[in-house]
Design a protein. Structure first.
Length: 220
């Protein structure tokens, strides 16, 4: 479960970072407009998360929705590699953004449920904290790793070219974003395979609390 949440954090935070760069630097969106542009992704994330949590997870467990969600997210990342300097929001971003929301919602929501289901009541706080830590570490690693990869790709692209040209600079930035998206795609695809092999199918197990009613009896 924590692997799925970790990978979801890598992709989610990395996607936010590079699409922010693209929309503000290439499409010239304001920060406020960029935030509004992410709302369709939030909508599909909530829909997918709710559907998987209430319908798929109780019947099939976490294996199917998590693995399928990662494959969907991988497809969205591959789609995002088609962005260009002269692209548009509706033509290049909206579709993969909504698809990515579906994938991440299907991944993270069941994984979080599975990470906190079946634990003893006295361990619930620790289980919840561990799930949150996995996501935050994934986000931190994703931002650092993917940003380094994009910067290295940009530098290689500029080698032997006129780095003072705005057109070349824009093309180099887009190339760096595309390489980072391909890496995210590979991470999600590998995560789908790993989770498909590791996670179990079937209804999630539930455990009764270790605290019995007698524990609350009057000691007198």
């Amino acid at each position: 479960m924590h692997l799925a949440i970790f990978i979801g954090g890598i992709g989610l935070f990395g996607e936010f970072l590079f699409l922010n760069y693209y929309m503000q630097q290439s499409l010239r969106y304001s920060p406020a407009m960029t935030g509004v542009a992410f709302l369709p992704m939030v909508a599909t994330l909530v829909i997918a998360g709710g559907a998987c949590t209430t319908q798929l997870y109780p019947r099939f467990g976490a294996r199917f929705p998590v693995a399928a969600g990662m494959l969907i997210a991988a497809g969205a990342m591959a789609w995002l590699t088609r962005i260009g300097p002269a692209g548009s929001y509706t033509g290049n971003i909206l579709g993969p953004l909504m698809l990515f929301g579906l994938g991440v919602g299907a991944t993270i929501a069941p994984a979080m449920n599975a990470g906190t289901t079946g634990v003893q009541s006295q361990d619930a706080g620790v289980a919840s904290a561990t799930v949150n830590v996995a996501q935050q570490i994934g986000g931190s690693v994703g931002i650092a790793l993917l940003n380094s990869i994009a910067a290295a790709a940009l530098t290689r692209y500029l080698a032997g070219k006129d780095g003072t040209s705005r057109i070349v600079q824009a093309d180099a930035a887009i190339h760096g974003y595309a390489v980072a998206f391909w890496c995210s795609c590979a991470i999600f695809a590998a995560g789908a395979v790993a989770c498909g092999l590791i996670l179990r199918t079937g209804k999630p197990e539930t455990r009764t609390s270790a605290i019995e009613p007698e524990d609350f009896a009057d000691p007198r």
